[in-house]
Design a protein. Structure first.
Length: 305
């Protein structure tokens, strides 16, 4: 990556972070251009060149995918989900959801699938990571612990098309090399994070972030391969996984598909975490030693009218 491409990608990453934090409102193009420190005149063309889709298409996709996650993992009524995702009404969400996923929000929430939608062929087949275990075995394998995590400043390297072989491992390798150079490797926590759902986000668009926590008052030097952001304080439901990729998949699916829907919690609007407990083997993906966490908050019992 040459220096110009590097600078553009960093600035567009700032815009993506900003969009993800403000999906509940309409953001003028001029405001996004200011976040990226580009002129409003050139911003849209630059964004499209870097991301491969327009600002409007990207924002619409982020909103509809967030709505799908909330429908699946939260107990909020559909009109609240519509507002949280920047739709003017539940009817607007329903219309766009049907166009994108070929099913209604209500049917999707009840367990409907998106097998007939136009994007289905673009999705990562996550079933290949499932393993056949009975519910009692899963409960014994993956005991759940709720932890309150404080606000954390982190450094990250974000990659797209993250299911492509070697892409994520390369990001972690760069992150580790950098952390050793700046002297934080031994003391800080290395983890992975994604805001996307592989069951709704096309795999070519799927993003993943290789992350490390930062010490207090840490200053990032110019030309660094990483960017920084702040994760807010949040509760997480954690379980530990020690095994191959299929066992990791089983743990993640157990958290979302079994434990969460039978718990007194619902998903918070933060990404899940994959904390590496064995830093020396972060890039050895034949065997994982992880603590997997999903962000949660106490469920609100909504009255059905």
């Amino acid at each position: 990556m040459n220096r110009s491409t590097y600078i553009y990608q960093r600035r567009i990453n700032q815009v993506i972070d900003y969009l993800n934090q403000n999906l509940d409102r309409s953001i003028p193009l001029e405001e996004l251009a200011a976040v990226a420190c580009f002129s409003a005149f050139h911003f849209h063309r630059i964004f499209t060149a870097v991301m491969g889709e327009t600002v409007h298409a990207f924002t619409s996709r982020m909103r509809i995918e967030k709505a799908a996650r909330l429908l699946k993992f939260s107990k909020k009524p559909i009109f609240e989900i519509a507002a949280a995702c920047g739709f003017s009404s539940a009817a607007t969400l329903s219309r766009q959801f049907k166009q994108y996923f070929a099913t209604s929000p209500g049917l999707y929430r009840k367990g409907g699938n998106i097998k007939n939608s136009k994007i289905c062929k673009e999705l990562q087949p996550v079933n290949e990571y499932h393993c056949d275990l009975k519910q009692e075995e899963l409960k014994q394998l993956f005991p759940i612990q709720i932890k309150q995590m404080k606000e954390r400043r982190i450094a990250y390297i974000r990659v797209t098309d993250a299911f492509k072989q070697g892409v994520v491992i390369l990001a972690f390798s760069k992150l580790i090399d950098w952390s050793k150079e700046v002297g934080i490797y031994e003391t800080e926590t290395i983890f992975g994070m994604s805001k996307d759902d592989p069951e709704v986000t096309p795999k070519k668009k799927y993003t993943y972030e290789a992350c490390i926590t930062l010490p207090e008052n840490f200053k990032l030097s110019q030309g660094s391969p990483v960017q920084t952001t702040v994760l807010p304080a949040c509760k997480y439901a954690f379980t530990s996984v020690c095994g191959d990729i299929k066992l990791v998949g089983a743990g993640i699916n157990f958290l979302f598909d079994n434990w969460l829907i039978n718990s007194d919690y619902e998903c918070e609007a933060q990404p899940g975490l994959e904390i590496f407990l064995d830093k020396e083997n972060v890039c050895n993906w034949n065997h994982f030693d992880l603590e997997i966490g999903i962000p949660v908050k106490s469920a609100i019992n909504y009255k059905v009218k």
